[in-house]
Design a protein around this ligand. Sequence first.
Ligand SMILES: [Zn+2]
Length: 441
Amino acid sequence: MADEMIYSVTGNPFVNAGSYAIASWLKKKNLSEIDKYDLEDCIHDIIPIYFSENWKKQMYMIFPNSSIVNPSVKNKEERYTSILQELIEDLQPLRNSGNCIACGRRDADRSLYKSEVPLTGSGKFVNFYSNATNGADYCSACALAVQFLPLVLKSCGKMLLLLQSNSHKVMKYWANDCIKNVRMQIATGYKNPKNALFHITEQLIMEYDERWQDENVSLRLYYFTNYGQGPALDIYDLPTAVFRFLTYIKTHPRRTDWYAIVRRGYHVNWNKINENDEESYKNRRNDVYENLLSNKSIVRYFINRTKKSVYGDWSLISYYLKEVRKLDENRINAIKELGDEIASTIKENNDPKRLGHLERAANYNSFRNVLRRLIKDRIAAKNATPLFTFDDYVQNILPEGALRWRETQDLLLFRIYEVLHDWLIEHNVISDEPDDESTID
Ligand SMILES: [Zn+2]
């Protein structure tokens, strides 16, 4: 019955994660299907897990000083069981309003500390919740949900990962995935939380055949520990646009090129490490991931200036430009056309030197000058009046003036390399030097 509903999505990540853990444990499709009797079963399932030897360390990180780990508590298991049973007895169904700081739909009947809800009101996290006083006001249902949190956390080095999303499907799959592995205590295998976030996202997209493009998914990763001596928290957001881009790659014919692009973002010297040994690089900083998370361009990772070659093709990069970089479609097309023009002019004039000029332009003015000369070259070659003026071009190609001109330069090079690569090889323009661009610093 709808009016007996206990759980629905709240504004509190720990309560949400715990609620999804319960639903997943019980194999329920929705939070609304959880009832009081289910919860009774659930607590008897989880208690032996929490008290097992290989969960001890994690419990110190999640619920320090709780009756699960506190050495001064006698008969820990009994004590913890009775705490959970008490919470179930006090459960109230959701109403329209209430003063619980998590759900806001029931009145609080508990004042909780960090031993019961991670990162609550102590030390430097005193302001994490709105009331900076002693403990935080929770209702029994929310307090109980948080006790299921350990089931849906993954470890990441010495920290824990908690995933939140606006998408019910993402929350469900993450919970199912954690629960599936719960007795094995699977770690993410990552110590770098940003890399872990991309790994989790890509796995989700690959493993579950949803119409992710239509979901408008955003993801938030909480990287935290509630450890007694040093609680800590960092938050990483994966924007919806980046999620959509990753789902687009999944279906793109050049998707393997994406792995090469990501590989170039790692801060490693590929000549000095064993590429097959993931451990040697997967926790290093990756600038492709960093840039995607901080709204910076990754265009330069799509081109290899030494080899004058590209990763992916125009359709892949233009999707990225439109979706993630929010570039206007007219501008994207104008850049493509100009790239095509320059490529054919270089070819017709048999003049690869101009390409060198374009590659070496090191500031906005010299870049503009090379473009101007290229347009003159074109007119000279065809002995024709221009189809366009330089000013027309500049307006479409560089609407922000000196801002982001480097990205535009890289985009033009992308298109020129894509179109001219074979011609450049035939004309020995590409040097035999070893490829020093497997990683870009
Ligand atoms: Zn509540």
